[in-house]
Write a protein that binds this ligand. Structure first.
Ligand SMILES: [Cu+2]
Length: 293
């Protein structure tokens, strides 16, 4: 009997191990959070997994005891309920202390990560991010670069009512922008997040950052992308901000430090040149001054 049970257990275990690749292929593993590309996002993932397994253990113990009791103390087996039992100090002590200990075990690493998330000291680049209906404005405060980022033209055309365009044919439908937010990897980037009209929320899951953009307030957030993970990272506005809330995605273009420096220099020069026609007022003023004298 025991040998049979053992054999079926080993069989089930082997079947489970063999099914793992199938599980990965089925997409079920995509139901979980991703680890992301920053130290903080991995910390958050680790917290999530730790607390998940604590919940699994609690579930197994609680349901195990419950099912075991139902089976072993059933009426047909001659069990007689103890109707005189009012309370049991020992049991009450255990079921008070055990949850407190579990909560402390969860709270200590969670508080540590929260403190780290809020630590915006020693940042290397500051960008002011303003959410508006419906897009984002990125202002590189120390470098004189400012631009808007909106839903890309292809998605925008396809989303129109009766556009006749199949969204499945649009690459990264509703998750693409005209001008991506360019940042360097391996750099502690500080964001000053605010809103221009209503409350928005700047959310990029791969960085573990979700920060409310509230008019009249400046919220701080930061991220430092792994050195070996340049690339495009996508996010969305995570606050129901009005009619086109679903159409204000975020795309972050993470580049190497050298590429970023070159891009920033070129962009600053471009914007300076674009602003140049506004310079003639000095000439105009001189001219009008000459005319009036
Ligand atoms: Cu929004």
């Amino acid at each position: 009997m025991i040998r049979e049970k053992l054999a079926s257990f080993v069989f089930a275990l082997a079947a489970g191990v063999l099914a793992l690749p199938l599980y990965a292929e089925s997409g079920w593993n995509q139901l979980n959070m991703t680890e992301g590309v920053t130290h903080i996002s991995r910390e958050i993932y680790a917290l999530h997994m730790r607390i998940f397994w604590i919940c699994v253990a609690i579930g197994v113990v609680v349901f195990g005891v419950m099912i075991w009791s139902i089976i072993n103390f059933r009426k047909s087996k001659g069990a007689v309920p103890d109707v005189t039992l009012v309370h049991n100090t020992k049991v009450e002590f255990v079921w008070t202390i055990a949850p407190v200990v579990i909560l402390v075990i969860m709270a200590v690493p969670a508080a540590k990560t929260l403190i780290e998330i809020e630590d915006t000291t020693r940042t290397e680049l500051t960008v002011k991010v303003t959410g508006f209906q419906w897009g984002w404005e990125y202002d590189y405060l120390d470098d004189g670069v400012l631009y808007y980022s909106r839903l890309d033209h292809q998605s925008d055309a396809a989303r129109e009512l009766a556009s006749g365009i199949d969204p499945n044919t649009v690459p990264h439908y509703l998750l693409n922008v005209d001008h991506a937010f360019v940042v360097p990897v391996d750099t502690k980037v500080r964001l000053l997040v605010t809103g221009a009209d209503v409350i928005h929320s700047w959310w990029v899951p791969a960085f573990g950052v979700k920060k409310d953009a509230i008019p009249g307030f400046v919220n701080e957030a930061w991220f430092k992308i792994d050195k070996d993970r340049p690339g495009l990272y996508r996010g969305q506005c995570a606050e129901l901000c009005g009619r086109d809330h679903g159409f204000m995605p975020i795309v972050v273009d993470a580049r190497s430090k050298e590429d970023f420096a070159a891009w920033l220099k070129q962009k600053a020069a471009e914007q300076k040149q674009a602003a140049a026609p506004a310079a003639p007022p000095a000439v105009a003023a001189a001219a009008s001054g000459a005319g009036s004298s």
